[in-house]
Each structure stands twice: as structure tokens, then as C-alpha cells.
Design a protein around this ligand. Sequence first.
Ligand code: ADP
Length: 583
Amino acid sequence: MFAVLMVLQWAVAIAVASWYSPSTWNGADRSIHPHMIIAIIGGGLLASLPVAMALLLPGRSITRNVIAVSQVLFSSLLIHLSGGRIEMHFHIFGSFAFLASYRDWKVLVAPTLIVVADHMVRGIWWPESVFGIATASHWIWIEHTIWLLFEELVLLITIRQSVAEMRSLAVHTIQLEAATQTAEDANKAKSEFLASMSHELRTPLNGVIGMTELLSESELDDRQRRFVDACQSSGKALLKLISDILDFSKIEAGHMVLEERAFDLRLLLDDVVLCMPLQLDEKRIKLSCHFQQLPTLQIIGDSHRLRQVLLNLLGNAVKFTEHGEIRFYVHPQRLNSDEVTLLFSIEDTGIGIPPDRLGSLFQSFSQVDNSISRKYGGTGLGLSISKSIVENMNGVIGVESREGVGSRFWFTATFRRAHDNREPHPKDPSKRASTKSKTSQLDSAHISFDVTASPVAQILLADDNPSNQQLAKEIVIGCGWQCDVVDNGIDALRALDSKHYDVVLMDCQMPLLDGFMTTKEIHKRIAEGRIGSRPAIVALTGNAIQGDRQRCLDAGMDDYVSKPFDLTQLRKTVSRLLVAQHC
Ligand code: ADP
């Protein structure tokens, strides 16, 4: 500000000199008045030092003092050039007001002394130059000084107040920053806690659900089967509860991040529908799917989250319908070459929802009434989680319902279209599978059948948890594949050095070398030629926390199975990778 002001004042000094005394006369001879020379050269000198210092040494105390001195010297110059006009003395008051913006009383000391000395010396010996009169009383400079000191007194009070305010603002800012940092640290700690809790909770559940699944495939009498089924459904209910609470925490913490991966919509819908029959059979209700208007679509988005919303809405429809039919519609609302907006709609002939509860249905922990929750179970989180997911997909969710008649839940979601001419990632199973019509028609059992017919696949399982080892090994061997087990990353690398494996099932959290580091090392060794052919790597992890799937894929893993994995899921994932490798 002062650098600009100095240059302006220089220009004003020249303007004042050329207005009041552009030239001087010596008889008939006219020449440039010394005022012009003083204005140009003196003003230039006065302005150049503070301008240079403001540009080169901004913010220094010496710069502030040089500027302050130059500023009042400009006042003296302008007063002199105007012939001591009293109005020009206001420039001094203006200068001090400007200098007060430094909020530093020390800056005002030197200029005050200069102004007082200037008025006194010039007032005594050259009063025309400062007061515009030839004879001036000595008291004039004293009177001017008193007015100046009065202004400074006011300025000093203002400076004190503003410094006190700035100091308290700074203290508040520091406290706020510290509080924000603490909150961020706490949030981070909470996320980490959730991630590890998620792992800790899912790992034993994985064992319970997986083992009961294996048990249910063996010969059991009716009583035993009832017990096993009860274990399995309790385990699954607990898993759903844990997942809902984790999702809810993620949404609360603003951590819900959607993935961007290409997937085949029809495959996903088939998959979702395949998950339903068990519950439908129990209730003898019919599920009809209406996907006729749906073209074959490769879209980019988060297939897992879309699946989660659909399973929640379909699951609710089944849960709250005793007889009749559930109709599942999907059709494109808007379709162009880059984007597609889909409308999903699930209609049931169930108990319906009273009109006064429709408004609060998508809020967390909202259930129509507690007796319903006791009869049907659930946490009341599913719909609010679905709403967040749908909104993250740039969509809206809604419901229409009549008590005793049925409900229609619908939502829209917008996805980018994946262009089919894109080169699929050689190891990306979802893209490989989706390019093959053969695979798209197969359900998990068929895929594994196909693959078991080929030479025995070699699987390496790296997991430190004994019950997980046992479960995954049982599943792998049950599929007719050969399985070696190691319990840390170092041993996994050793095993890969000595033998070829088609697929590595990699737990992410292992002692010595975790799954991410091990994968990195595998890729390094492949690049160096130390590992001959590249195995497909499947991450096994209980961390269902934000971006974990993406983290695994980014680390160079080919697919991801979150614990507790079920038989079908693991079989299907490994089968897909094997099919992809052999095609
Ligand atoms: P949850 O089902 O786990 O309790 P949701 O958020 O999915 O949680 O559902 C909240 C409530 O909305 C349910 O408890 C139920 O009262 C009501 N609701 C959801 N879907 C339906 C439906 N299709 N028919 C009747 N009521 C439903």
C-alpha cells in the first residue's frame, strides 16, 4: 500500500509544483522554478528508497520506519510546494492515520519528531515555507504540535485496542486449530478403530458362517440341520448388523466413498436375484423381474454399493410381505452415449406403511414401530444407508405405500457408460468375465465345474488366522483345487519362488509382511523375472472400511473378498480368475 502511495505522492508533488510555481521570472527571462526540480528529483529520491524496501524487504521493522519517515517528509515537501497552504497540513494527519495501520506505536516516534522539528525550524527561520506567512508567531508550531499529539493519542488508543483484539483473535484461532487437529486425530483414530474392529469382528464370524456352511453340505439328520441352519442365519444376521453399523459410522464420518469400476449391469442384477430365492421359498412368494427394456450395459460405478441397496430393498420387500408377489423393475430413464440414468423399482404386496411414517422412513434408526422390529428384526439403518448411497450416485430414493396393500420403493442412479472398445485389464476379472457371454450365463456352480475339469489349479493361501486357514482350505480343496497354506507374507514369497501358483489368496493383515507389501514384492519379482508367470491375487480382508477394496486393487491385487466370505463367493471369485487365466 505504501509503495503505491509513495509513487502517487511523487506524482502529486510534481502536479502541485507545476500548478503553483511552474516557472520563475528573472526580468523578462523565464526559467523552470526550483520547486519543479525539487518535486521531480526530491520527490523521486523520497519515494524510491521506501518503494525499494517495501518490495525487497517487506514486513521488516526497518522498512516500516523508512516508510514512516519518508511519508512525513512527503508531507513537508507538499506543504512547501503549495507555499505553506494550511489545507496541505491535513496531509500530516492523513499520513499518521495511514501509519497507524501498522498497529505499532514505535513507528510513529520518528515521524513525530521530524514533523515537530520541521515546523519549529521552518516556523522560526522560513515561515512562508510552512505556514504561508512571512512573520509567524512561535506559538504556531507549538499549536500544530499539540493537535498532532492529540491525533496520536487517539491513534495510540485505537492501536492498543486493535492489537488486543488481534491477539485474542490469534489465541482463538490457535485454540480452534488445536481443537480441529484433535478432532481430526480423534476421527482418524475412530476410522482406524472401526477398520480394526471390522477385521476383528468379521474374522471369527467368517469362521462361524463358513464352517456351518461346510457342515450343511455334509450328511445331517433333521435336528442337526435345524441347528446348523439356526447357527448360519444368526451368523448372517450378526454380519448384517455389523455391516450396517460400520456403514452408518462411515456415513456419519463423511467417509462414504464410492468406487469407480466398470461392471455389467445384467450380471449384477442376475447376481442380486440369485441371492433371493432362499427367503422367497420360505415364504412362498413370487419374485418377478422386469428387465426387458434394459439394453446390455457396461457401466462405471460402485457395483457393491448398488448391490447393497438392491438387496436391502428386496430384502425388506420379502421381510414385510407374507403372500403375493414382489415385482422388480429396472429401466433406463435417460440413456446417451456417455451416461445412463436408471430407475430401479421394487413393488410388494406386503403390510405397507402408514402415511404418517412415510416421511421419516429414510432417517437413521427409523422403524415403523417397535413391535415391527421385534417381529421382523432389523436396525432401521438399511434405508438411511441406501439413501446416502443413492445420493452419492447422483440419484434420489422414494417410496409410495398403502397400509395393508403394499409398498413401492424406487430410486434412480446415474452412471457413466464404459465403452466396449476399451482395452480390458488383462487381470481384471470383472472386465474379463463381462466380455464373455459364456461366463455371464454361468452361475457360480457352473463356473467352478468348468474349471475343475481343467488341470488341477494351484492355490496358495496366505492367512495367519487358523480358523480362516482351515475354512478357506476346505473350500479350495472342495472345489478340486490344490491348496498350500502359509501364515505370513515372507513365507508366501518363499512359496512363490519355489512353485507356480495360479491364484494367491492373500490376507491383508498378516505378521512380518502384510498383504499389501507382499503383493508389491510379488510384482517387483515378476518384473525382475524371478517369478515366472504371474499369479492372480485375491485380497482376503475383514476391513470393510472406506476405500479398502480400491486400496487392494491399487496395490496390484486382482480381486477382493471381504470376510466373512461364503463358499459361493470365494469359489466364484477364484473360478473367474482361473477362467480368465485359461482363456
Ligand atoms: P430394517 O429393515 O433393518 O429395520 P430399514 O431402514 O431397511 O431397516 O427399514 C426401516 C423400516 O421401514 C422397517 O423397519 C419397516 O418398518 C419399514 N419398511 C421398509 N421397507 C418396507 C416394506 N417393503 N414394507 C413395509 N415396511 C417397510
